[in-house]
Design a binder for this molecule. Structure first.
Ligand code: GLA
Length: 386
């Protein structure tokens, strides 16, 4: 759907409302640096060309009237009484952002119509895109003076405190601050970031994302368990490294101390310490245009997520193996929180069809699941379109 069609749908839904503004916010794929964001570490995501678009205008009261074109369903709530919805759960992302923004500024009511094409439940951050898009829409509609990083933190709080998912900051950050043709290297402690030109297009390589079709059922309980194991590992390591605050502060030179932790904590910490180093190396290789070396790091990241962090699953491992069996694949790994969702592979452009064929031939037959294959390019972060 384009902006014109969305605006038309808005006028149909709200015939008496004035001209809306329109914003978009993209989903993301993380190239490397998994489960490092909540350990104050490094990540390297890119914004993808799948997005959520929202058209909105102000109302004279304090009501929010919503309509989702994709769900073909609407909802409304009052800004003076922001409650969780158990019926229309997709509205909680919007309610949450309203709740966070209302803490510091009284908000005016709004009419909002939205649509999107970020695959849902696939680990491509459709929720972060919705939160970030809502935050930008409200900021622009209501003329709020908030910088993008503050909006990112607020969108993350909406997810943590209102929706109740204890995620890190990566997804909202890249959805807001991604740049066309670039990947974003983020230090999740300082929030300093650097946009690294993605040499994929110039080098004739593609970012191929494959949705395993496995619903990420365990994700929130296992995610929280991993977070607490990382915190427990920090407490143990502080006995010999009192200066550390997070696993980010543990360098590969300290891995001998990590090896002395109880087995589970050792594996979790080893993943985070080595993954942070892989991100730093990956940024160097990417800047030098060395896709072979970059791809090797992706492969190592997958092994570490599978064996040490234990967040992969049979289907994701199979997709990675299938990708790696295609000669033009530089590297492949699971991406996002894990337990289902997607893999990401860096593949020489002329081998993309071969990869698709290999996956379509083997994967459904061996798993009974239908994969979805996307070729994404790095796109711009959230912006107002009209
Ligand atoms: C989810 C979370 C992110 C991050 C990843 C794992 O996508 O929302 O904050 O922790 O998992 O890297």
């Amino acid at each position: 759907m384009n902006v014109f069609e969305l605006v038309n749908a808005f006028h149909q839904r709200f015939p008496d409302a004035g001209e809306p503004i329109v914003v978009r916010a993209p989903g993301r794929v993380n190239l490397i640096g998994e489960h490092t964001d909540y350990n104050d570490g490094y990540v390297l995501p890119m914004a993808i060309d799948a997005q959520i678009m929202l058209a909105g205008s102000l109302r004279g009261d304090q009501e929010v009237h919503l309509y989702s074109l994709d769900f073909q369903s609407g909802d409304q709530f009052s800004l003076q009484d922001l409650q969780h919805s158990t019926k229309a759960t997709w509205t909680n992302y919007i309610r949450g952002v309203c709740a966070m923004l209302s803490e510091s500024t009284p908000l005016r009511g709004m009419n909002i119509v939205l649509t999107g094409n970020v695959p849902q439940g696939a680990g491509l951050s459709s929720s972060a895109a919705l939160e970030v898009g809502t935050a930008l829409l409200i900021k622009n509609l209501q003329g709020l003076d908030i910088d993008p990083v503050k909006l990112v933190k607020l969108a993350q709080r909406a997810e943590n405190e209102f929706v109740g998912v204890n995620c890190g900051i990566m997804d909202q950050f890249i959805s807001m601050l991604g740049k066309k043709g670039h990947v974003l290297f983020l230090d999740c402690r300082s929030l300093d970031y650097q946009l690294v030109p993605a040499p994929f297009a110039a080098k004739q390589a593609a970012i191929v994302v494959i949705d395993s079709g496995v619903k990420r059922g365990l994700v929130s309980s296992e995610y929280n368990l991993r977070r607490s194991q990382c915190e427990a590992a920090v407490r143990e390591l502080q006995k010999s490294l009192p200066q550390i605050r997070a696993l980010r502060d543990v360098s590969p030179a300290d891995l001998d101390l990590v090896e002395k932790l109880p087995p589970d904590l050792c594996k979790r910490a080893r993943h985070v310490v080595t993954e942070n180093q892989r991100v730093l190396d990956a940024v160097r290789y990417l800047s030098a245009g060395d896709l072979e070396a970059f791809g090797r790091l992706m492969n190592q990241s997958h092994v570490s997520l599978r064996d040490d962090y234990e967040v992969s699953c049979r289907e994701l491992d199979l997709l990675v193996e299938l990708a790696q069996s295609v000669p033009g694949t530089y590297g492949s790994r699971m991406t996002g929180a894990g337990f289902g969702g997607c893999t990401v592979s860096l593949v020489a452009a002329e081998y993309v069809d071969q990869l698709k064929a290999a996956v379509m031939e083997e994967y459904p037959q061996r798993t009974g699941l239908e994969p979805r294959i996307f070729v994404f390019s790095a796109c711009e972060g959230a912006e107002q379109l009209q």
